[in-house]
Structures are given as structure tokens and as C-alpha cells.
Design a protein around this ligand. Structure first.
Ligand code: DSN
Length: 426
């Protein structure tokens, strides 16, 4: 068969783009070579609807073993009793939990998207805001932190069946115990979406949601540094509170409802090659080096926050506990959109982001989100963060100055050569 040179040339271009740039998108990372190798192989050929030992296709004896390894390793990392590694993405993981526990029209309560929440936590542009009756809580204007009192008041008012915590642009740790207290008062279940900070939680650097939240979902490709995908976990299985029974009249446990929600509820055949890659990344997380990586991520984020604060930038909540910062650019006279579009010309990638109480639309935004998982994987250290802030500041302060953009791009490209990315691919 003729080789598709067009696509392979584009893959080469993407490799060079990743190599030469400063990757600051908070939700991106660079997987190891072995994670990618596990994704690109014969397991992509296998249909395996069902779960290990209970499939709807023959010939699943090998993928049964690799899916079970992924499950067992995730259980070990997070100290949980139930794991489903089949969700194709974090959004699918959240959809499955909601599908398992909610009926159309049920009330849910999640962090507002414009305050750092996620689309699947009840945004009106997604199924979660259309199928369910979505309500939101936010952050306090004075300190940019989750307003737990307002969350409690809202929960008492709307009586949600599910409270969702977790965010895609929130730099602070979560008080899961407080959220559970509120949930118990109103008879709600709690879902923690830890897609962003999962790696820091795995390394014991942030509060653990597992003792307090009934369900925990995550992506596997952000701080966890695995392949793109999702995962659902529970520390303890429990009887579903709505008396849903099997055809034989037995009460269905929540684990059975979650499994059914993923397949056949919202997905068909699992991506067994991606699940194999998840297993490889979980193996890597279980090695001692991963804890060092997670600690460096946190140190880098804090050092970067300090460097920006010293340059007069307004960091939402005044700093960070995790791997990202949210910067409100309103005092710098540049929108998030212009910042993103200008920085990319200097080979610095990040994303525009709404900030709490933003007066601009999601297409323009007043802020940017800056994350360190990818540059920490490349090898940048705390002492490099000042330089990173200097480059961003130089471009953001003179976004129409093509000479400065070209100078910064040159310096970034040269600097990144010190941190080889996939040298095996040359
Ligand atoms: N797209 C992810 C992020 O960038 O945080 C959330 O889904």
C-alpha cells in the first residue's frame, strides 16, 4: 500500500512545532514514547464491547489482561475499589456518571463555566445543561476562591441530586469535606472532576476527594501524562439510593450502574489501544520519579505566579496551589484573545480564558490560563520561570511590535533546544 505522505509530513510538522515552542496550555502534556507506542499498535484492531471476562466478542483474552492491568494500576495509584478505564474522554466520564445517577430534568449544581468550571458541569451549550436542570455556584469576588457558603445556600434552595466540584480554570485546592457536608444535608451525591489536578492528587500534594466524593472522574492526559482519555473511580461501591433492581430483583450496586452507563449507555466498543496506553502511563505514575515530577509542577507554577505578580500582573486568587494560573489582563490593557493570538506568533502557546466576573465574551475574554505540566515534563525548573514570565511580559506589553515577537520567538526556540523532545524520532 502506498504511504500517506501528506499525513506523515503533517505529523512531522507537529513534532517540530511541539519541540520548538513553549507549551503553556494547562491541559496539555508530553507523554512518554512508550505511552505513544502502546497507543499505535494492533490493539486498535480489536472489538471488545463489554468488560474483562464479560465481552460480546471472541478473541478478547489478551485485551482482557491489558484492560485489567489498567484498572488494577489505577486502583493502586488512587487507593480506590472501583475503576472504569473505558471513557473516551473526561467529558464522556462525566456524561456516564450523570447518565447513571440522574433522570432528565433532575437538578445538578456545578461551578459556573465563566468562573472556571467545565462545560459538562451544566453549561447550557452542552447536554448537561439541556437534559438536566443546571444550577451553578461561583467564586468570591474578593479573593477568587470558591464561595462555599453560596454553594450551600444554592444547594438548599434547588435541592440538586448531584453536586459537581472540580474545574478547568481554578488554581486553588478544593474543600471536598465541606461539599460532602452540604450534599448530605440536601440528599445529593457528589462528583469530583479532577481532570486537571489528578496528578497532584495522585502524588499526595493536594486534598484527596476520594473519602468525601461518591464519584471521581478524570482525564488521563493532563497532569497524569497519559494518552487522551477518561476514567471513572469510586473509593467504595455502594447500593444505588433509588432502588434500581436487576431483572432478577436484586438491588444494583453503583459500580454496575456506572459500567452500564459507559457501555452500552453512552459508548460502544472501548479503545483497547488507548486503554493499553493508559495502563502504561499508570505504570509510570507508580514509579518514584513521578512524585518528583508532580512536586516540580507545583513548584514551577508557584514560581511562575510569583514572577508575574512581581511584574504587576493580577493573578486570580493571588496565586496557585496546583499546576496552573489564571491571569486577569484587565490592568494590562490586552484581551485574552489578543494575548493568545500574539503569543502564538512567538511560539508560546496558551489559551484565552474567562476570568471571574468577566465583562468580555468567551470569544474575547479578559484573561489567559497558564499551565506548567508540559514545560515541567520538558525539564524546565523553578529557576527558569522568571525567564518564562519575561518572555510573556515582553510580548503582552507590545503585542503589535513584530520585532519583539521575532526576538522572543528566536530566544524561545534556542532555549527549548536544551530540552530534547522525542529525540528517538529523528
Ligand atoms: N479542554 C480542557 C481544558 O483545556 O481544560 C477541558 O475540557
Amino acid at each position: 500500500m502506498q504511504r500517506d505522505t501528506q499525513i506523515f509530513d503533517l505529523i512531522k510538522d507537529e513534532l517540530h512545532r511541539q519541540r520548538r515552542g513553549l507549551e503553556l496550555i494547562a491541559s496539555e502534556n508530553f507523554t512518554s514514547l512508550q505511552v505513544m507506542q502502546a497507543m499505535g499498535n494492533v490493539m486498535t484492531n480489536k472489538y471488545a464491547e463489554g468488560y474483562p471476562g464479560k465481552r460480546y466478542y471472541g478473541g478478547c483474552e489478551v485485551v482482557d489482561l491489558s484492560e485489567q492491568l489498567a484498572i488494577d494500576r489505577a486502583k493502586e495509584i488512587f487507593g480506590v475499589n472501583y475503576v472504569n478505564v473505558q471513557p473516551h474522554s473526561g467529558a464522556q466520564a462525566n456524561t456516564a456518571v450523570q447518565f447513571a445517577v440522574l433522570q432528565p430534568g433532575d437538578a445538578i449544581l456545578g461551578l459556573d463555566l465563566s468562573m472556571g468550571g467545565h462545560l459538562t458541569h451544566g453549561s447550557p451549550v452542552t447536554y448537561s445543561g439541556k437534559i438536566y436542570q443546571a444550577h451553578h455556584y461561583g467564586v468570591r469576588k474578593e479573593d477568587g476562591r470558591v464561595d462555599y457558603d453560596a454553594l450551600e445556600a444554592k444547594a438548599k434552595e434547588v435541592k440538586p441530586k448531584l453536586i459537581i466540584c472540580g474545574a478547568s480554570a481554578y488554581a486553588r485546592d478544593w474543600d471536598y469535606a465541606r461539599i460532602r457536608q452540604v450534599a448530605d444535608q440536601v440528599g445529593a451525591l457528589v462528583l469530583a472532576d479532577i481532570a486537571h489536578p489528578a496528578g497532584l492528587i495522585a502524588a499526595g500534594l493536594l486534598n484527596s476527594p476520594f473519602d468525601h466524593c461518591h464519584f471521581v472522574t478524570s482525564t488521563t492526559h493532563k497532569t497524569l501524562r497519559g494518552p487522551r482519555g477518561g476514567i471513572i473511580m469510586m473509593k467504595h461501591d455502594f447500593e444505588n439510593p433509588w432502588g434500581i433492581k436487576t431483572p432478577k430483583g436484586e438491588v444494583r450496586m453503583m459500580s454496575a450502574l456506572l459500567d452500564l452507563a459507559v457501555f452500552p449507555g453512552i459508548q460502544g466498543g472501548p479503545l483497547e489501544h488507548v486503554i493499553a496506553a493508559k495502563a502504561v502511563s499508570f505504570y509510570e505514575i507508580l514509579q518514584p520519579e513521578y512524585k518528583t515530577y508532580a512536586a516540580r509542577m507545583q513548584q514551577n507554577a508557584q514560581a511562575l505566579a510569583t514572577a508575574f505578580i512581581n511584574k504587576g500582573y493580577d493573578i486570580v486568587s493571588g496565586g496557585t496551589d496546583n499546576h496552573l494560573l489564571l491571569i486577569d489582563l484587565r490592568n494590562k490593557g490586552i484581551s485574552g484573545k489578543k494575548a493568545e493570538n500574539t503569543l502564538v506568533k512567538a511560539d508560546i502557546t496558551l489559551n484565552k480564558n474567562m476570568v471571574p466576573f468577566d465583562d468580555k465574551s468567551p470569544f474575547i475574554t479578559s484573561g489567559i490560563r497558564v499551565g506548567v505540566p508540559a514545560i515541567t515534563t520538558r525539564g524546565l525548573k523553578e529557576s527558569d520561570m522568571e525567564q518564562v514570565a519575561v518572555w510573556l511580559d515582553a510580548v503582552l506589553m507590545q503585542p503589535d511590535n513584530e520585532d519583539i515577537i521575532a526576538k522572543v520567538r528566536g530566544e524561545v526556540n534556542e532555549f527549548m533546544q536544551q530540552f530534547p523532545l522525542y529525540p528517538e524520532m529523528d
